[in-house]
Design a binder for this molecule. Sequence first.
Ligand code: CDP
Length: 247
Amino acid sequence: MGTASDIKLIDENGLRIDGRSPTELRPLKIETDVLDRADGSAYIEWGGNKILVAVYGPREAYPKHTQDIDKAVIKARYNMSAFSVDERKRPGPDRRSVEISKVISEALQAAVMVEQFPRAQIDVFIEVLQADAGTRIAGLTASSVALASAGIPMRDLVVGCAAGKVDGKIVLDLGKEEDNFGQADLPMGILARSGKIVLMQMDGDLTEDEFNQATELIMDATRRIYEIQREALAGKYRAMAIERGGE
Ligand code: CDP
């Protein structure tokens, strides 16, 4: 969260810097099966974010001491490419990417039927090609689709979405300037059908009332994002049916 108080993020008509209303998402699209070698994959464009996700597994967890005799372990690895941000990012893991990998792994663990695959690991590689605020929730949303496209049994899809506070107003899905100069950012991961929260982090400050407003915006947007995820997966099955028909 930035401190520059002279930057106006909401205009006199209540519209945001990119012309959105407070409850509007940035443009969002998801594609599946964009990589041939992976067991499942997805590509997401959400606002200016461009993120690829590759899923491998379930396969025997390695090294062996990482195995869980009761369930599969989900290993998400979030990586920002050097060219994904304005100033070249130093390649390799840093504290931020280790943290994001951990919270995404935990969120996905709640959605996958991990108990069906004891001693296995499922790798989820998240490559941020272009970053524009909200990469963890975009990465999470795409990861969930990539897992489903790999045919991995899931109890639910995870939807990532954020809300925050800019110019004293609660708004959905912060863009880059809003993230930089706003007062709070609240990213969440939600199981689409049950509504269970599986990721929640917060940067900045919100009152209890503002927090409730932000959560409400997120919950409402979850339904819209879930539809886009399902569409992406339905597209996959339609394509498979066409392939089979052509055999
Ligand atoms: O991306 P997300 O909002 O989940 O995480 P963040 O740590 O709040 O980062 C917000 C944004 O800052 C990212 O989406 C990038 O656009 C930008 N960023 C950057 O420019 N350089 C970095 N090394 C890290 C983040």
